[in-house]
Design a protein around this ligand. Sequence first.
Ligand code: ZN
Ligand code: ZN
Length: 888
Amino acid sequence: MTDAKNIPKAYDPVAVEKKWYGWWEEQGYFRAQIDADKSPYSIVLPPPNVTGSLHMGHALNITLQDLITRWRRMQGFDVLWLPGTDHAGIATQNVVERRLAEEGKKRTDLGREQFEKLVWEWKEQAESSILNQARRLGCSCDWSRQRFTLDEGLSRAVREVFVRLYQDGLIYRGEYLVNWCPRCTTAISDLEVEYQPAQGKLWHIRYPVEGSDDFVVVATTRPETMLGDTAIAVHPDDERYTQLVGGTVILPLMDRKIPVIADKFVDREFGTGVVKVTPGHDPNDFEAGRRHQLPIVKVIGEDGKMTEEAGTYAGMDRYQARKKVVADLEDQELIEQIEEHSHNIGQCQRCETVIEPLVSEQWFVKAKPLAEVTVEAVKAKRTVFVPANYERVYFEWMNNIHDWCISRQLWWGHRIPAWYCGDCHQVTVAREDPHICEHCQSGSLEQETDVLDTWFSSALWPFSTMGWPDQTPDLERYYPTSTLVTGFDIIFFWVARMMMMGLRFMGDVPFRAVHINGLVRDEKGQKMSKSRGNVIDPLQIMDEYGTDAMRFTLAIMAVPGTDIPFSISRMAGYRAFCNKIWNAGRFLLLNLEDQKPVSKEEINKLQEGDQLDLGERWILSRLQKVISETNDNLEKFRFHEASNELYHFFWHEFCDWFVELAKMNFTGEDPDKKSKTCQVAIYILEENLRLLHPFIPFITEELWQQLPHSGDSLMVAAYPVVHPEWMDSEAEEEMEGFQELVASIRTSRSENNIDPRSKIFVQLACEQKSRNFLESQCEQIKSLAHLSQIDLVPHLEAEGRRVQGVSKLAEFSLILDEVIDVEADRRRLIQQIGRSEDNVRHLQKQLDNSDFVNKAPEQVVAATRERHAEAVQQLEKLQEKLDGLTQP
Ligand SMILES: [Zn+2]
Ligand SMILES: [Zn+2]
C-alpha cells in the first residue's frame, strides 16, 4: 500500500493513464472469458477505417462503449467487447493513391499486386496508430479477439455469404444506372454521393414536333445528355399536351425521331411540364425507360468523355461537349431561353469529382426479401432503437429500399468470387477458386476483377468476427450482441445491412439494442472540418486535459438524439472536477488512521449502534438514491443524466457538506468520533470511485489503489448496489433544513458584505419543535456558517446593528455590532492599490525606455528613479495592509 503522505498534490493524468492501461491489459481484465455462472454481455466495436487517425466522433463512440462495458463488467457480466478495423475499400485506396500521386505515380504504374501490397503496408501502420489511440481513450476491448475485415477468417465468411446468396438467387449481375465517379473510375453508392449547392443554368431547348412547324420546349441543366435522349415525357393528366402523347419529336443535333410518352413521374410545375428522357444518364429516366421499354443510349463514357454514340461530339470532355451543344443549338435558334438556376450537384464523397450517372454491368443484392424480415424484427422489438424515433427512419429506408449494387471497380477489397468462362461465357461462383467452368468444364476461366462494396464485409461484422461460418463457442455465447453504439449517418449503410445479414445467416438479429450517438460539433454547433479550421484533435486534448476530463465531458453532453457542441471551456470545468476528486481523496487519505478497508458490515454496526451523525446518515441515504438512479440511467443509455448526478453528488453533497462536517471530527478531541467518521468517509469515497469508474477510469483507479481496499483493481470490483436499509428519509429531511439554514446565513453574510473570514454572532429564534434539533446541530452550524456564537432565543432582539433573515427552521439575526466594516476598508485599499500599481507601471515604462534614459538630463532621470522607488515602497505598504486585513 502506498503511503498516503506521498500522494502528489496535483494530479498528473498522462503518467497515471499510461501506467494503469498497461497494467489492466497485462492482468487480462479486458479479455472475455466464457463463464457459465455469469450472464453474457457483448458489444462489437464499429470498426474504424484504416484511413487515418481517430477523430472526436470516434472518441465519443468509444467512450460510450467503454462506459457501458466497464459498468457491465463491474456488475458481474461476462463481457465481450470485440475490436477491429475496416479495410474501407474506396476510402483507403484513395489515401494510398493520393500518396502515390505525390511521387507522380498512378496505381496502374504499379499493377494490381504491387498496389495491393502497398495498401497492406499502409494498413499495418494506420491500424496500429488507430488502435493505440483507442488505448489512450481507455478502451477496454478484448484485444486478443481483434479482427480486420480483410483478414483470412472474415474473407472466408464473405465468400460463404456471397456464394449462398448467389445460389439462393439473391445476387445477380445486371445493367444498372449507377453513380459513377470518373476520377475513381468506379461505381459508388447513393450514400457516398454528397450534394453541394451550385449555381448553374437551366437551358430551355426547342424540340421540333414531327410533321409540323411546332416545337415543344424542354428544360435541362445538363444539355450534353440530350444526345442520349430516347423520349420526351409529359404528365398523363396534363391537358396542355394530351394531343402530343403517342406522337414523335425530332431530337435536335442528332436528328433522331423519339416518342412522346406520358408518365406520372413528370412534375407538371417544373419548366414547361415537358421533360427529356435520358435513360442512360439519369436515375429517374432510367426507371421511366424500363417502364416504357425505351432504348438506352450511352453518350458519356466511364472516363467522363463523350462516346461514339455522341456523334460529332465523341471524344470531347463532358463539360466541353456541354458548351459545344449549347453553341450549336444557339446557331440553329433552338434555345428558347437560358435561366440562372441553383440546384444540387452530386459529388464523389471521396474525391469531390462531380459524379456521372452511368449504365453499366454490376453485381447486385436483391434487397427487398432481406429487408422485409428486418422490418418485422424491429416491429417485434427484437431490436430496439435508442432514441426510439430512429425506428421510423429505419422503416422509411427499409420500405423504400433498392437493390444494393455491391461491385466496385477497385483493387482494394474482397475480390468477387465469380469466374467468367472463355468458352461458354457463363459464370462460375465458388467458395474455393475453381479450375474449370462448372457449365462446360473448360479450363479457360477468368476471375471478376471487381471487388465488393466495403459495406458487404462490415455487414457480417457481428458474426464473422466470432468465427462464422464455423459454429464457435463465442458465437454460441455472445451472439446476438447486446448493444451496438453507432452514429446516425450509418444506420442505412451499416446497421440495416447487419440486420439483413444477421437474420439471414444467423437466424437472429445481430443486436438487441442500437444506441445512436450524436455528432461531435464545435462549440457553436458547427460541423468540425479541416476547411473551417475548427477540428479538435482528441489526442491533443488528452495530452492537455487528461483522458478522464475528455471522457466525462463527452458523457455528460451525450443527450440522446442531439449533437454535442464540444467546448474546451466546459472540458476545463470537468478537469476541475477531476482535480476536485483528487483533492478530496488526498485530503481524506491524509486524515486516514486505519489502513483497513471498510466493509458494509462495519457501517451497519455503526448504524445499528446509533453512532452516526446526521451528516453521515444523510450521505449514506443519498448514496443509495444515487446508486439506484445511476444504474437506472445507464440501463437506459442516459449517460448525460448519470454523469450529471454523479458530478453533483460528489461535489455538492459529498465534498461541500459531508467532508466539511467530517473535518470537525477529524480535528476534534474525540478519537472514537474521528475513527468512526474516517470509516464512513472512506466507505463513501470508495463507493463514489466505483460509481465513477466507468466514466473516468484512470483517476478512480489511481485513488482507489491508494485507499485501503480489498481486491486487485477497481476495474474488476463490484458496481455499487442499493442497500435499502440505509435509506433514511428522516435524515434527508433534517439535513435539508440544516443546509437551508446554513445557506441562508451564508447568503445573508455575503449580501451584507461581511468578510467571509470574520466570525460573527448569530441569534436563532425557532418554534419549540425545532429547538432540540438546532441545539444538537449548534456546533455544526457554527462551523459551516463561520459563526463565533449561536444564541437560541424565543424572539429576535431588534436593537443594534443587525441583519435579519428567515429559513424554514428558524429566523435568524446576524449581530454586527462588533464586526468592523472590514469589507469597506478592503474595497478602499484595493482601489488605492490599483492606482499605485498604475503609477509604478508608468514610471517603470519611462525607465525602460533607452531613449529617455540616455538622452534626458541626468537629474531628470535620477528624479524619476527616486519617484519609482517611492512608488514601489508605497505599493508594498498598501499590499501589507490589505493582507493584514484579510488574515483570519
Ligand atoms: Zn471519386
Ligand atoms: Zn464454360
